[in-house]
Write a protein of this length. Structure first.
Length: 121
């Protein structure tokens, strides 16, 4: 993929990640309901995703296929956030996140499991 995906492009990708290969018309219908976008707006954003190498257009019927996985984009966005706001320090990011939210006992248990797995590597 050539460039960072913007919020509007991530909405298109979200439909593809949730539903798999679908037509541009279907993406337009879904995003029309979710965001109020018209078909021209959606098609313009799909074309930007194609140009960036995030989506491949297949025929017939302008079928769209995601070329990047959600996890790949999540990793890139997380790294960008870490570098931009926390000088690459993951512990500072977690401290910031955890300091603003009360966690349930289940969430705390999952975090402990994650830390234990990371320590075991």
């Amino acid at each position: 993929m050539d460039n960072k995906l913007f919020d509007s492009e991530l909405k298109v990708m979200g439909v593809l990640w949730r539903e798999g290969d679908v037509t541009a018309k279907h993406i337009s219908d879904v995003l029309g309901q979710e965001t109020g976008w018209n078909i021209n707006t959606t098609y313009t954003i799909i074309k930007r995703c194609i140009k960036k190498g995030a989506v491949k257009r297949l025929e017939p019927n302008f079928l769209c296929h995601a070329l990047v996985a959600r996890e790949e984009v999540q990793e890139a966005e997380t790294n960008a956030l870490l570098n931009k706001l926390f000088d690459g320090a993951a512990d500072q990011l977690f401290a910031s996140l955890l300091g603003r939210k009360t966690l349930s006992s289940g969430e705390i248990a999952r975090l402990k499991e994650l830390v234990a797995k990371l320590e075991g590597k």
